[in-house]
Design a protein. Structure first.
Length: 148
C-alpha cells in the first residue's frame, strides 16, 4: 500500500490566522468598561441605557493573560462582528461598519439603541470569513429604562 500526502509548500501567507480570544471588553466612548467577559466569567456587567439613548461601545478582545489582542491590518480577510439573539423591540444592537479608508478607525465597535423599557440580551461573535473565531460564552444582558 502506498500512501500519499500533499500540502501547500509555498504558503507565505497565513490565510488561517485566527484570533485566539479568551474574552472581551465593551468600553464606552469615555473609556469606561461597561461589560467584561473573561474565560467564561462575567467580570463587569453594567449595560444600561434609557429609551431613545444610543450607546457607542468599542469591542476589545482579550488573550489568555487578559490583555487586549491587537488586530493586524495586513489586508487579509477582514474580521467582523456578528450580533444575534437580541429582542429589537427592547434594544437594537448592531455592529458599527467603518468605511474603507477611515484610517483612524481600526477598532471594532457596536452601538445599542434603547427602544422600549425592558431587558434583552445578545450573543457576540468575532467572525473570520464565514465562521466565528470567538463566540461569547454568555449572552450579554442589556437593560433599557424609561429615563424618568
Amino acid at each position: 500500500m502506498i500512501l500519499f500526502t500533499t500540502g501547500c509548500v509555498d504558503d507565505d501567507h497565513d490565510h488561517d490566522h485566527h484570533t485566539d480570544a479568551e474574552g472581551f471588553v465593551l468600553e464606552s466612548e469615555s473609556g469606561t468598561e461597561v461589560y467584561k467577559e473573561f474565560e467564561g466569567a462575567i467580570v463587569t456587567n453594567n449595560l444600561t441605557l434609557s429609551v431613545g439613548d444610543t450607546l457607542e461601545l468599542s469591542v476589545h478582545y482579550l488573550d489568555h493573560d487578559g490583555e487586549e489582542i491587537e488586530h493586524e491590518e495586513d489586508g487579509e480577510e477582514e474580521e467582523g462582528l456578528r450580533i444575534t439573539g437580541n429582542n429589537e423591540s427592547i434594544a437594537i444592537v448592531e455592529s458599527e461598519e467603518h468605511e474603507e479608508g477611515e484610517e483612524e478607525h481600526h477598532e471594532m465597535a457596536i452601538h445599542i439603541i434603547g427602544v422600549s423599557t425592558g431587558s434583552t440580551e445578545f450573543k457576540l461573535e468575532l467572525m473570520h470569513g464565514d465562521h466565528a473565531d470567538y463566540t461569547s460564552y454568555n449572552n450579554v444582558p442589556v437593560s433599557v429604562t424609561s429615563g424618568n
